[in-house]
Design a protein around this ligand. Structure first.
Ligand SMILES: NC(=O)c1ccc[n+]([C@@H]2O[C@H](COP(=O)([O-])OP(=O)(O)OC[C@H]3O[C@@H](n4cnc5c(N)ncnc54)[C@H](OP(=O)(O)O)[C@@H]3O)[C@@H](O)[C@H]2O)c1
Length: 249
C-alpha cells in the first residue's frame, strides 16, 4: 500500500542502459509516462521507440538528459558511478526546487577496473550522499532501486516479487518515491531510514552480484516480519534515533 496519487511523469537519466531501460519498460507498462533520457537525443529517441515496440504502449518519449530533467518532478538517476558526479554537475542548472532525484547509483569497484563484488570507499558515506552534496538543498534525494536486477525488470514476461529499500531524509519525498515504485507490479517499497543508511543499501548490490555469480541467479531481496501496511511508516527517523527500544531486533 502506497500513498498519494500516481505520478504523472518520470524522467530516467541513463534510460538507454540496463537498469534505466528495465525501469522504463516497467513504469511504462504501469501506465506512467516516461521521459527516456540520454546524453544523446537520438539514442534517447531510439530507446523510447524500442520501449514502445516492446510494450505496445505509447508511454515513452526520448529526450536529452537536460530536457527530461527540466520537465519531470521525479528524476531517476541510473548511470554508472563514474558518471554520477559529472552528470549531476551538468544537470544542476536544469533542476528546480521541489524536484526529487531517485538515486540508484552503486559505487562498485568495477567503475575503476576492480571487482563488481566490491565497493569503492566514498568519503561522504555513499553515492547517494554524494548526490545530496552535489545538488541544491531544495532538491530532494532518495536512494532506491539498488537491489533490483535490470535483467529481471526488462523481462516483462516474468513477474517481480521483491522489496525496494528507500533511504532519504524527507518523509514526503520518500512517500512520493514509494508511490512511484509501488506502481510497478511486484515491487514493494520499504522505508529503510535516512540517507545515511544508503551506504548499507548500496553495498547490498555487491552482495546480490556475488549471489548471482554463485547461483547463476537474479537475486533480489524480500524483508520478512514487516507489517502489511508500510506507508506511511509509524516511526520517524528522529524517534528511532532517540529510542533505546529501537535497538532491539
Ligand atoms: N544493472 C543493474 O542490474 C543495476 C541494478 C541496481 C543498480 N544499478 C546501478 O544503476 C546504475 C546504472 O547501471 P546500468 O547497469 O544500467 O549502467 P549502464 O548500462 O552501464 O549505463 C547506463 C547509462 O548511463 C549512461 N552513462 C554511461 N556513462 C555515463 C557517464 N560517464 N556520464 C553520464 N551518463 C553515462 C549511458 O547512457 P547514455 O550514453 O545514453 O547517456 C548508459 O546507457 C549504476 O550505478 C549501477 O551500479 C544497476
Amino acid at each position: 500500500m502506497t500513498p498519494a496519487a500516481s505520478p504523472d511523469l518520470v524522467a530516467i537519466v541513463g534510460a538507454t542502459g540496463a537498469l534505466g531501460f528495465g525501469l522504463t519498460l516497467r513504469f511504462g507498462n504501469a501506465g506512467i509516462p516516461v521521459l527516456v533520457a540520454s546524453r544523446d537525443a537520438s539514442r534517447a529517441v531510439k530507446a523510447a521507440e524500442r520501449a514502445t515496440e516492446l510494450t505496445g504502449l505509447n508511454n515513452f518519449a526520448g529526450r536529452r538528459n537536460d530536457d527530461a530533467v527540466a520537465a519531470a518532478s521525479l528524476v531517476i538517476l541510473a548511470v554508472p558511478f563514474a558518471g554520477q558526479s559529472p552528470i549531476l554537475r551538468e544537470l544542476r542548472p536544469f533542476l528546480r526546487p521541489g524536484q526529487v532525484i531517485v538515486d540508484a547509483t552503486v559505487p562498485l569497484a568495477s567503475a575503476v577496473g576492480g571487482r563488481a563484488t566490491r565497493l569503492l570507499g566514498i568519503g561522504l558515506g555513499s553515492a547517494a550522499q554524494q548526490t545530496r552534496e552535489l545538488v541544491d538543498p531544495d532538491i530532494g534525494v532518495v536512494a532506491a532501486l539498488h537491489t533490483v536486477s535490470a535483467a529481471k525488470l526488462a523481462d516483462l514476461d516474468k513477474p517481480l516479487a521483491e522489496d525496494v529499500l528507500l533511504c532519504g531524509d524527507d518523509r514526503a519525498d520518500k512517500g512520493s518515491v514509494a508511490n512511484l515504485i509501488g506502481q510497478i507490479d511486484g515491487l514493494r517499497p520499504v522505508d529503510a531510514g535516512p540517507l545515511e543508511m544508503a551506504g548499507i543499501v548500496e553495498s547490498l548490490t555487491a552482495l546480490m552480484i556475488s549471489l548471482n555469480i554463485r547461483y547463476r541467479a537474479r537475486a533480489g531481496i524480500h524483508v520478512t516480519g514487516l507489517p502489511e501496511a508500510l506507508w506511511p511508516p509509524e516511526t520517524t527517523d528522529s524517534t528511532v534515533a532517540s529510542s533505546p527500544a529501537s535497538t532491539t531486533t
